[in-house]
Design a protein around this ligand. Structure first.
Ligand SMILES: Nc1ncnc2c1ncn2[C@@H]1O[C@H](COP(=O)(O)OP(=O)(O)OP(=O)(O)O)[C@@H](O)[C@H]1O
Ligand SMILES: [Mg+2]
Length: 234
């Protein structure tokens, strides 16, 4: 079954501070969307909100017309939404394999341990190790693998290439291509806007919590992104 994620008139608050204002966007089934914007634009807030980690929001989020429960990470995961968080947030007291197993939520699908190890052989070799012994790239692979074991329909990747060497970034994006080929929709946040747009069909730019640009990733030019980054609304 195809699933689309619709966000309409979404506003969100950190305490008194309004971090998102009237955000409307759609992620179509099988699509890859680059979510870009300057520091503090609201990208992480939006991804965390979609995964049930922000209780204070207004608006409508639907998955195939069904409203997403508010502030409920377990429900979001069971609906097929998974986050690769900024900074990875691995469980250092657990092994690599235990980190992968903790992602399982009971949703069925292709992403079991064996398939994650096929995608990232370096993790298979290190399955009994502690995440702190892994390289930065391997840790990012583990964070992706942990999200995949929940068998998501939508995978939200926050700051996917932060701190990684160009070669490892290439490996991570190649893995994301394979994930998408399995029918998982992607939302990619990356400071390397060119890289994110190259892997995407659509691009949405946020500026101070507002959508300042949306369109086809193929049509993005440095000028359109620059304008959107610095806040001239469409
Ligand atoms: N826990 C919080 N408490 C208060 N304000 C917050 C909190 N988290 C984020 N903010 C504020 O909300 C706004 C959006 O932050 P967010 O982290 O979503 O931006 P971002 O686009 O992900 O930025 P970056 O590129 O730096 O990761 C910023 O002004 C930030 O300071
Ligand atoms: Mg962020």
């Amino acid at each position: 079954m195809t699933t689309s994620l619709r966000i309409e008139g979404l506003s969100a608050w950190h305490g008194q501070f309004r971090a998102l204002s009237d955000v409307t966007m759609t992620v179509e089934a099988g699509q890859s969307l680059a979510l870009v914007g300057a520091n503090g634009a609201g990208k992480s807030t939006l991804l965390r909100l979609l995964c049930g980690l922000m209780p204070a929001w207004e608006g409508m989020i639907t998955l195939d017309g069904n409203p997403l429960p508010k502030g409920n990470p377990r429900a979001a995961s069971e609906c097929g939404l998974a986050l690769v968080p900024e900074g990875r947030l691995l469980f250092d007291s657990l092994s690599v394999e235990e980190n992968l197993l903790i992602g399982q939520t009971g949703r069925s699908g292709p992403w079991n341990l064996a398939n994650v190890y096929d995608l990232f052989p370096a993790l298979a070799e290190r399955r009994r190790q502690n995440p702190s012994t892994l390289s930065g790239g391997q840790q990012q692979m583990l964070a992706i693998g942990r999200a995949l074991t929940s068998n998501p329909k939508f995978l939200f990747c926050d700051e996917i290439s932060l701190g990684l060497s160009p070669m490892v970034v290439g490996e991570v994006y190649a893995a994301l291509d394979k994930v998408r080929a399995q029918g998982v929709s992607l939302v990619i946040v990356d400071q390397d806007v060119r890289r994110a747009c190259a892997a995407a069909d659509e691009v949405v730019c946020l500026f101070k919590g507002l959508v300042s640009h949306r369109g086809s990733a193929a049509d993005v030019t440095p000028a359109t992104i620059k304008t959107a980054y610095f806040g001239v609304a469409p």
